[in-house]
Design a protein around this ligand. Sequence first.
Ligand code: EPU
Length: 421
Amino acid sequence: MECFEIKGQKKLKGVVSISGAKNAAVAIIPAAIVAEGVSVIENLPSIEDVTCLMVSLDKLGAKCTLTDESTLIIDARKVKSYIATDESVSKIRASYYLMGALLGRFGHAEVAMPGGCNFGERPIDQHLKGFRMMGAKIDTSDEKIIKLDVDGRLHGANIYLDVASVGATINIMIAASRAQGRTVIENAAKEPHIVDTANFLNMLGANIKGAGTDVIRIQGVDRLHGGEYTIIPDQIEAGTYMICGAITGGDVTVKNLIPKHMDSLTAKLEEMGCSVIEGDDYIRIVAECKLWPTNIKTMAYPGFPTDLQPQITALLTAADGRSRVIENVWESRYQYIDELKKFRADITVNGREAVIEGGKELQGANVFATDLRAGAAMVIAALGANGVSTIGNIRFIDRGYANIEEKLLNLGADIKRINKE
Ligand code: EPU
């Protein structure tokens, strides 16, 4: 098993550059096949989820060519199949976007149930409700495959989402871009990657207005073409490195990010006593100070992102006093707490609330990544801990963080990728 071995308490210093956004990339890659064209996608993160989606697209007949580490050409002209039931599809969560893309293009889709990080129930009822309202018949009698069919072409519809779901908003937007007539999504999610996917689809010739607000209007078009697009920087990767800087009492400049996307984290780090300096496309965080406790409630964007909840919880163990975290987005996203306790962190979980008694020095430990962001939290705790830690199951971390050990090494961390029995 591949592990990270980290010797903690090295102050991180220097500059780290952020890769393209994972959750935008994993939407934009499937979205490319709703068009009969050639798309060139730049600033792609070099992560496992992207590799997995390329395999899925290849199996459908699209030709995916990486011209360098971060540029992907997708030739979607020859996609003939609407059946995406390969193992690569069931491995990751975002393969659910193949439903919207194939349904929009062919009026049919057969897609394996999505996999991805396992932190409890992850329903897709709102995606299916949207497709149904646009005229699709849905067969879920096979628990491993979802079959969607429409007589002719999807039609526009007014869709009110019961929860502001990121996935449902994007999936409906992709399908509706080729539907007949106008679709309105109300109570839409507003995350930056929704705006990015809408911008990508508009570049292909779609007519989507209002992405980034809670009402999105999509006027369907008959055909979409190819084009070139650059993915936005990863808000969660950027936040993770800001937190890495903070836990080591370091001085880290995180560059190639959109500072506005970081507002909720920046505010919290300032409350904790860090100094945060913003430029046009960078944030410098100086944490050569005592850290104060604070309270966090995760919310849909522009609230504090659930995808930074495990990382900030790891940081709060180093703050001098009691902090509370409330997880509002996912029902059970605290499985990693038992691992964090192995560093001798003092944390009590009660339902959606975690209470952290911070300020006691973390001690190196042997732990496992239980999912992607939980893995990032283990790295953060190990960077702050006294002594050596090993983190197993790092394949989870590789799913979402491009070149993490190189980036941390450049900042002065003592981190090695090792093989362990
Ligand atoms: N929900 C429903 N029904 C649905 C869809 C969602 O009830 O049909 C509920 C969920 O149970 C959850 C809430 O709505 O309580 C939000 O779920 P959402 O659909 O927004 O999540 P998602 O699209 O499956 C994406 C990210 C996640 C991130 C969430 C929330 C991707 C591929 N995944 O998931 O990212 O946590 O939005 O921001 O974009 C990660 O990157 O580590 C990650 C898990």
